[in-house]
Design a protein around this ligand. Structure first.
Ligand SMILES: [Zn+2]
Length: 115
């Protein structure tokens, strides 16, 4: 249920930003969420609808884009994208070394539509 605090912080940032720009209403928010993050689109929208009620963000649509998982080899420092649904073990294609996650769990606000 960690969508709730995440969604709340996204909402707070967006409302602050919209108010600073004298926007009347937030129509949509574009988010980038790492493919490996376990934030569910559906839950984020549900929490958002609940939290945004009676604010200028009420009814705003979350447009969630998934960003690829990127890892780096511990041996040769080669970085590459990983399809987490296909690969079982994270091994470097160059030297078969083990890898460390660089990105894929983060989330950030990409854009916001206001009126
Ligand atoms: Zn390697």
């Amino acid at each position: 249920m960690h969508e709730l605090p995440v969604t709340e912080s996204i909402l707070n940032i967006c409302v602050k930003h919209a108010e600073a720009n004298n926007a009347k209403k937030i129509v949509a928010i574009e988010l980038k969420v790492g493919e490996m993050s376990d934030l569910e689109d559906e839950w984020m929208q549900k929490y958002f609808d609940y939290l945004a009620k009676d604010s200028i963000a009420e009814g705003a649509k979350l447009k969630i884009e998934r960003t690829p998982v990127v890892v780096q080899c511990n041996l040769c420092a080669h970085t590459f994208n990983v399809d987490i649904k296909k690969r079982e073990k994270l091994l470097c294609p160059e030297c078969e070394g083990t890898c460390t996650l660089i990105s894929g769990k983060e989330y950030h606000i990409k854009n916001m539509e206001v009126v």
